[in-house]
Design a protein around this ligand. Structure first.
Ligand code: SF4
Length: 458
């Protein structure tokens, strides 16, 4: 049963499952969240509607992750739990995709034979064909090593009407020893600038006000492209072109790699009015010897140079980072180096993780050097306490300032409070009043905590 027609490499489907309901369960990072939006888009083109939960779904897609702690145990635990869901009705279809499926290949089928479709990260756009095949011939697994279609060739159903992810690049050419991404997402592939711009324009025409550009290493965007024999389109040039799109209000991006940070990108953040005043610079560790074991491609001094360069060009920029505590072999001195950089850099926020060995990575095999759990816990707490003090101090600088706030969602704890972000990315709460989701409002920041700001409408 062939249901897919390609026009200009885009996926067009003839709806065949009208009235069926689907649910997508997503684990992991923004890249997975965005892939799930694409899967939802394909399901809806095929005539399905989103179910409120897996309980009333006919088709359940589990988008797996290998990044988080104990991800493998969680995946197979989840699939064990879903066996009951699957067996409750013979019409139900269970589909598994994402990084764990790509990494484990046939293992998913061996461990969970009740799964109907196992699909890798490189061929997500083939999901409806595989679903059809499984209905005709029984369970199917398709994991391929080369990208078939960019996931961006599929339409997407977004979680938010006003903010959207926009993939500019997939895969990664680096080889950080703690990371599984290069082996499950493949080498870097940049989308052509014209495709990115066209998608951004399309999003704006649908009411999107803020886009977040997604890539594993956005700073190296374009180095695999050669367009019309001109020089390669640097990331800063892409930002400039996006900045010219009328009615697009805000542009964010994640994640840049410190080693590839170029001055042009920092000037783009400073000078382009729609590019938000925030930069994420993932440090991972402040120790040169640990950075070398991590294969990060910079040392402590080089990282500090990058921070100095950014602050000299944009003194008031909001900086955030990622840190892994307790990488194999991390000594007290190595951890002190990390704390030195944290104190020096004055990040607005630090996303901190305790090292956990992930199968398939180089660090997984550094067992002889694993740091004791108690030591990791103590270091983590010290980092957390120190950063909470820094964040408290940093966020106070906004109190008494005027800001533009995009209202994004209702607070989970109080349905009379809206939550959104100001230009530099800080989460900000405001009384609901007569505001609406998607409003851009001028506000006065009246209070701060280490984690969010409070605002009043002007
Ligand atoms: S830059 Fe390193 S951490 Fe980031 S995706 Fe590539 S390998 Fe993983």
């Amino acid at each position: 049963m062939e249901q897919t027609v390609k026009i200009n490499s885009k996926i067009i489907l003839k709806p065949s499952r009208i009235g069926k309901k689907y649910y997508v369960k997503t684990f992991g990072c923004q890249m997975n969240e965005h892939d799930s939006e694409r899967i939802s888009g394909l399901f809806e083109l095929d005539g399905m509607q989103k179910a409120e939960s897996e309980d009333n779904a006919d088709i359940l897609f589990v988008n797996t992750c290998t990044i988080r702690e104990n991800a493998d145990d969680k995946l197979y635990g989840t699939l064990g739990h879903l066996k009951k869901w699957k067996l409750e009705s013979e019409n139900r279809k269970l589909l598994v995709g994402g990084c764990a499926a790509q990494k484990d290949k046939n293992l998913v089928r061996d461990k969970a034979p009740w799964v109907d479709v196992v699909i890798g990260t490189h061929n997500l756009t083939n999901i409806i064909n595989l679903l059809n095949q499984s209905e005709d011939w029984g369970p199917v697994t398709e994991i391929i090593d080369e990208i078939e279609n960019l996931p961006t060739d599929a339409p997407s159903i977004r979680e938010s009407e006003f903010s959207a992810w926009l993939t500019i690049q997939i895969g990664c050419n680096n080889s950080c020893t703690f990371c599984i991404v290069p082996s499950v997402r493949g080498p870097e592939i940049s989308r052509r600038p014209s495709d990115v711009i066209n998608e951004a324009k399309q999003l704006v025409s649908e009411g999107v006000k803020e886009i977040t550009l997604l890539g594993q290493n956005v700073n190296s965007y374009g180095r695999d492209l050669k367009i019309d024999n001109k020089s390669r389109p640097y990331f800063a040039q892409l930002l400039e072109q996006l900045n010219n799109i009328p009615d697009l209000e805000r542009i964010r991006f994640t994640s840049p790699h410190p080693k590839d940070f170029k001055k042009e990108t920092i000037f783009a953040v400073k000078e382009l009015s729609k590019v938000c005043n925030q930069i994420h610079v993932p440090l991972q560790s402040g120790s040169s010897s640990i950075l070398s074991k991590m294969h990060r491609g910079y040392n402590k001094e080089r990282f500090i140079e990058k921070i100095d360069m950014i602050r000299s060009i944009i003194p008031n920029v909001s900086l955030t980072t990622d840190i892994i505590v307790g990488f194999p072999g991390e000594t007290d001195e190595d951890f002190i180096d990390t704390m030195d950089i944290v104190n020096y850099s004055e990040f607005d926020a630090v996303y901190m993780f305790k090292f956990s060995p992930r199968p398939g990575t180089v660090a997984f095999n550094m067992k002889q050097e694993f740091v004791e759990k108690k030591v990791i816990d103590n270091r983590f707490q010290l980092l957390k306490d120190t950063q909470t003090d820094i964040s408290e101090r940093r966020l106070k600088r906004f109190v008494g300032t005027e800001q533009l706030l995009l209202i994004e969602k209702l607070s989970k704890k109080n349905n009379q409070i809206y939550s959104g972000k100001i230009d530099s990315g800080q989460i900000t709460h405001i009384d609901k009043g007569d505001l609406n989701l998607g409003d851009f409002v001028k506000v006065n920041i009246v209070d701060s905590t280490p984690f969010y700001l409070k605002a009043e409408q002007l």
